[in-house]
Design a protein around this ligand. Structure first.
Ligand code: NAP
Length: 251
């Protein structure tokens, strides 16, 4: 198995894309600690499904990724338990859409803190152990909205654009220590996050995608596993769009 014995942290691992990332690492032999926020039932379901397949080294951790103290405490606990962190996937994210003219501070700051501050907190917390190991993989979840935002997503687009800058800068700082840092930018993926927009306009959206289908969580998790692999050791600071061609600009 490709990730046998690797110690992996995945944020937002209880549903959607994150769940698929957790399952993919588990099925490749990794030991995974994943983070959820409030839906404990969904988190337990991931554990049960994987345990039934014989993967019993998967643990769920309740933690609000926007809270520095909770992040530091969790990473410290895992470093103590594992002695190292091989792979970090910053996947947790939320949307609170609304036009800028009427967007309140809560919608702005909750999206920025959950989507972007969280990435800073987790990246900073794993930097020391990864630097002293002289190896590590960090994969951040951006979005095509960073470069091609829909109207009503100023907060979300800003958070995902911030992730891309952070990813590139961290890659320049940590390359010499054997740590790579990359980001995946999904297009429209079939998860709870996109349910409302899919219900309203799925067929319209598909017409704009050269592959003529929405993404599945597995499409994204396989890109994450590539960046996390030993074979990707010379790839760093990259943003990979996984969007069925949505951002190519043609129809
Ligand atoms: P999702 O189905 O809504 O799942 C979100 C996950 O993040 C859940 O596990 C949730 O845990 C967790 N989470 C949310 N807030 C958190 C917090 N404060 N602390 C800890 N965990 C928190 O989302 P998704 O569609 O899979 O999206 C995953 C990532 O991909 C996000 O960063 C999103 O921006 C990005 N993305 C998604 C799409 C898409 O089309 N779906 C497109 C581009 C980018 P609880 O359930 O416990 O709250």
């Amino acid at each position: 198995m490709k990730f046998e014995g690797k110690k992996v942290i995945v944020t937002g691992g209880s549903r959607g894309i994150g769940r698929s990332i957790v399952e993919s690492f588990a099925r490749e032999g990794a030991e995974v600690a994943f983070v959820y926020h409030s839906n404990e039932k969904a988190a337990q379901d991931v554990i049960s499904v994987l345990a039934a397949e014989g993967f019993d080294k998967i643990t769920a951790h309740q933690c609000d990724v926007s809270k520095k103290d909770q992040v530091d405490e969790l990473v410290e606990k895992l470093v103590e338990q594992w002695g190292r962190i091989d792979i970090l996937v910053n996947n947790a994210g939320i949307v609170k859409d609304g036009l800028l003219a009427t967007m309140d501070e809560e919608a702005w700051s909750s999206v920025i803190s959950t989507n972007l501050d969280s990435v800073f907190y987790f990246c900073r917390a794993v930097t020391r152990p990864m630097m002293s190991q002289r190896s590590g993989r960090v994969i951040n979840m951006s979005s095509v909205a960073a470069e091609f935002p829909n109207s009503g997503q100023a907060n979300y687009a800003a958070s995902k654009g911030g992730i891309q800058g952070l990813t590139r800068c961290m890659a320049t700082e940590l390359g010499r220590r054997g740590v790579t840092v990359n980001a995946v930018a999904p297009g429209f993926v079939e998860t709870d996050m996109t349910e409302a927009v899919r219900n309203a306009a799925e067929s319209q959206i598909k017409k704009q995608i050269p592959c003529r289908r929405l993404g599945k969580p597995e499409d994204i998790s396989q890109a994450v596993l590539f960046f996390a692999s030993d074979e990707a050791g010379y790839v760093t600071g990259q943003i990979l769009a996984v969007d069925g061609g949505l951002t190519l600009g043609g129809i």
